[in-house]
Design a binder for this molecule. Structure first.
Ligand code: ADP
Length: 153
């Protein structure tokens, strides 16, 4: 049976922290579906099209990676993608507390989907999409924190 995982997130925009988690998850799974949230209740800084386009460019040479958008419960999306694993990255204790609650809820909703957590490398632990957006808004040097493919015009 193929080990398919989803990596859900907003990726608003994708950062070097996300890329590191994905690269480190690659040897563990046969396929990773980067699942870009498009929740109509949520305000995003970048359009869904841009967020997806950047991720696709980053992983263009990685056949194990698929990029899809979704607008439903994450466990529902995992199930319809035949994914048994849900990847999340952990930066600190507040990520841990938040992710623990979500993982417990997800496991009540669908016990056959296993949440898998990867710890950030210390050098990426302060990087968040929120920080990157703040730097972009203030015309700062955001490029250190995002993959080269993220170009804002
Ligand atoms: P969400 O809005 O669902 O939290 P994000 O795009 O902010 O979406 O994050 C997606 C996942 O990537 C989350 O599990 C988050 O903890 C993880 N992540 C984000 N930044 C980093 C980082 N610098 N190091 C490790 N994991 C990260």
């Amino acid at each position: 049976m193929q080990r398919i995982a989803i990596f859900p997130g907003s990726f608003d925009p994708i950062t070097t922290g996300h890329v590191d988690i994905i690269n480190r998850a690659l040897p563990i799974f046969d396929k990773i579906i980067i699942s870009v949230g498009s929740n109509s209740e949520k305000q995003y800084f970048f359009s869904l099209e841009k967020r997806i386009q950047w991720i696709k460019k980053v992983f263009i040479k990685t056949p194990k990676i698929e990029v899809k958008s979704y607008n439903k419960l994450t466990v529902e999306f995992a199930k319809e993608s035949n994914a048994r694993f849900l990847i999340r990255g952990l930066r600190n204790t507040s990520d841990f507390e938040f992710e623990k609650t979500v993982a417990h809820a997800n496991s009540e909703l669908n016990p056959s989907i296993e949440s898998v957590f990867l710890l950030t490398q210390p050098k990426y632990s302060f990087i968040t999409s929120t920080l990157v957006r703040e730097i972009i808004r203030n015309n700062g040097d955001y490029q250190k924190f995002v993959p080269n493919q993220v170009v804002i015009d």
